[in-house]
Ligand binder design. Sequence first.
Ligand SMILES: *[C@@H]1O[C@H](CO)[C@@H](O)[C@H](O)[C@H]1NC(C)=O
Ligand SMILES: *[C@@H]1O[C@H](CO)[C@@H](O)[C@H](O)[C@H]1NC(C)=O
Ligand SMILES: *[C@@H]1O[C@H](CO)[C@@H](O)[C@H](O)[C@H]1NC(C)=O
Ligand SMILES: *[C@@H]1O[C@H](CO)[C@@H](O)[C@H](O)[C@H]1NC(C)=O
Ligand SMILES: *[C@@H]1O[C@H](CO)[C@@H](O)[C@H](O)[C@H]1NC(C)=O
Length: 651
Amino acid sequence: MAYSSCTLLLIILCFHAIEAQPLHTAKLLINASNKLGKQIPETFMGVFFEEINHAGAGGLWAELVSNRGFEAGGKNVPSNIGPWTIIGDESSIHVSTDQTSCFEHNKIALKMEVNCDSSNSCPLDGIGISNPGFWGMNIEEGKKYKVVFYVRSTSRIDLKVSFVGSNDGVKLASTNIKLGNDVNASTWRRVEHVFEAYATNHNSSLQITTNEKGVVWLDQVSAMPLDTYKGHGFRNDLFEMVAALKPRIFRFPGGCYVEGKWLRNAFRWKETIGAWENRPGHFGDVWGYWTDDGFGFFEGLQLAEDLNALPIWVFNNGFSIYEQVNISAISPFVQEVLDGIEFARGSPTSKWGSIRASMGHPKPFDLRYVAVGNEECDTQQNKFIYEGNYPKFYDAIKRAYPDIQIITNCDASKEPLNHPADLYDYHQYPKSSNYMFNLAQVFDHASRIGPKAFVSEYAMTGKESGRGNLLAAVAEAGFLIGLEKNSDLVEMVSYAPLFVNNNDQKWNPDAIVFNSHQVYGTPSYWVLSLFKESSGATFLNSTLQTNSPTLAASAISWKDSINGKSILRIKVANMESQTVNIVIFIEGLESSVHLSWPRKTVLTSSNPMDENSFSNPNMVVPRESILDYAGKIMNFQIDPLSVTLFDMTMY
Ligand SMILES: *[C@@H]1O[C@H](CO)[C@@H](O)[C@H](O)[C@H]1NC(C)=O
Ligand SMILES: *[C@@H]1O[C@H](CO)[C@@H](O)[C@H](O)[C@H]1NC(C)=O
Ligand SMILES: *[C@@H]1O[C@H](CO)[C@@H](O)[C@H](O)[C@H]1NC(C)=O
Ligand SMILES: *[C@@H]1O[C@H](CO)[C@@H](O)[C@H](O)[C@H]1NC(C)=O
Ligand SMILES: *[C@@H]1O[C@H](CO)[C@@H](O)[C@H](O)[C@H]1NC(C)=O
C-alpha cells in the first residue's frame, strides 16, 4: 500500500518535470469601438444535411419500417424484401413478390401463401412477416404509433399486427384486423390503426401475421410515431439537437447523394414528392443503401422552415460520379431544376406549386439559394464539362428567378472564376489537426472581388480525429475563428456530415451520433454550439500577440435575444498541450459602457483523444462558470487543448 502510493507520487513528479516547458503567453488587444466592427453575415452558421449514415432514412425521418414497399430490390421480381423476415416454416408459408401493387410507381407487392390455419398446424401467433426497422424500432410505453398498410386477399382477412421485442418476442402493442366477406382478390384495401404501446423496447419489430389459410398480398407498410416534431415526421430528439445549433441555412440533400455513382441512382426530386405510397424510393449507390424517400424534397424544405433556416437546394445538374451529361443533352436537367424551384416557391396555382399546396404547404417556401451540383469542378475533365453546362443552368434560373443566389462548385479562393456566381463552394477534410487549425488563414488573402465563399463541408478526419475527439474539435474551432475573421468574404459555413446512425457509419467523424433511441453530440458538435451566436454578430477589431504557434482568438459582440442586451464574447482556441497565460485589453468602449456578469465556458478534457459516447455523452461538453471580475484588463489561464469563451454583458 505504502509502496504503491510512493511510486504513484514519483510518477506524478516525473510527469511534471517533463511538462515544465517555457510557458506560452498571449495578449489579445480588442478595440471594441463600433466604428471598427464588421457585421458577420446573418447566414453565417448553418447545417448541411446529407442522406449519408442513415441521417434521414433510419434517422431524423421517424418512419420505423425499412423497405416499406418491398421495392428495395428494384422494379423486377423476385425483389429483395430485406430486412423483412418470414415468420413460419416452408410447409406453412410461401412468400414471394409480384408486380400487382395498386401504386403505379411502386408495382412490387408482397404475396404470402398461407397453407395452415388455426385448426391445422398454424402456430398460435400465426405466421407472416416481420420488419426490424433500422436496427430495431424504438417502441416506448404510453406512446402512440400509426400503422398503415395495403392488403388484398383471396379469402376473408384476419391479421394480427403487433410490435414485439426483437430479442425477447415480448409484445408491446397488438391488434387484430378483420375484413369481412366482401373481400376479393382484386381489390386493395387501406388499413390504418393507431397503437398505444403498453411496454418499452428499443429494439422492436413490426409483425403482421395470420392463421387463415389463403393468399394475402401486402404493400406499403408504414409505422410512424405520432409524436414527431409538429407532426411533420421528424424524430424529436434529433430535430432538437439540430435546432439547438440555431442554424441559419440548411444545405440539402447532399453531397454525393445528389449525384449518385451512376445517374440512374441520383436524387431525382420529382420522385420524392406527393403521397408517400407512390414514391418509388431509390438506391443511394454512393453511400450504399436503399431509401424509401419518405424524407424527400418537400420534407427537406419543411425541415429548413421548422429550423428557421434558409434552405439551400443542391440540385442534380446531369452529373454523377461516373457519368456526365453533355451540353447537347442538358436541357431536360435544366427544366427539372426550374420545375423544382417552382415546386418550392411557385404560387399554389402553378403546376408544381399546386403539388406542394396539396401536400399541405400552400405558402411558398423561402428558397433563395441553389447550388449547381456538388464537387464537380475538381478534375480537368470534369471542370471542362461542368463549366460548359453551368451557364445553361445559371442563365435559365436567373431569367426565371432573378433573386435566386447561385452557388458554383468551382473554388474561387485561389483564382477567379470564368463564369458568374453569387457564391462558391469550399470543401476541406484535413487529416491533421495542425493542417485543420492553420486553414484558418486560407481566406486571408483570397480575392474580395467576385462571389462570396460558402464553406459548405469541412471537418477534421483521419486517425488523429478518432471517432470525433477533443483534438479535432479544437482544431476546427481554430478554423472557425479564421472564418469569422474573414466573414466579409465567407458568407456561410456548415460542418459535415451532420448525422450518423451508429449501426451503419459510412463516414467518420460526424457531429451527431444516434441509434434507435439515444443521441449525443461529438466535441465537434459542441464547437458548433459555441459559434451559434456568431451569425449576425459584430466582429470586433482585435489583435492577438503570442509566442504560441497554435492559439487563435477573436472577439464579437452579439445581442442576447432574451433580454436584448449586447454581450461581448471572446473566444480562444488553444491547441497547445499546455496552459497559456492570456492578458486581454479591451479598448475603444464608450466610457458609459460597463462590463458585467462575466462568465466563462470551456470545452476541454484530460486527453486530446477523449470522445463522447452513449454511455458517457457528456464527457467533452462545454462547461460554464461564473467569474468574479470583468474589466478592461483581464488575465486568464487558458487550459491546455481547449476552446474557451468569455462572455460579458455590456450595459
Ligand atoms: C436487436 O435484436 C436482434 C435479435 O435478437 C439482435 O440481433 C440485434 O443485435 C439487436 N440489436 C440491437 C441494436 O440491440
Ligand atoms: C371486388 O370488391 C369490390 C369492392 O367491394 C367490388 O366493386 C368488385 O366488383 C368485386 N370484384 C369481384 C370480382 O367480385
Ligand atoms: C458525351 O460526349 C462524349 C464525347 O462525344 C461521349 O463519349 C459520351 O458518351 C457522352 N456522354 C453522355 C452521357 O452523353
Ligand atoms: C483592426 O484595425 C486596424 C486599424 O484600422 C486594422 O489595421 C486592422 O487590420 C484591424 N484588424 C482586424 C482583425 O480587423
Ligand atoms: C479604437 O478605434 C477607434 C476608431 O478607429 C480609434 O479612434 C481609437 O483610437 C482606437 N483605440 C485604440 C486604443 O487603438
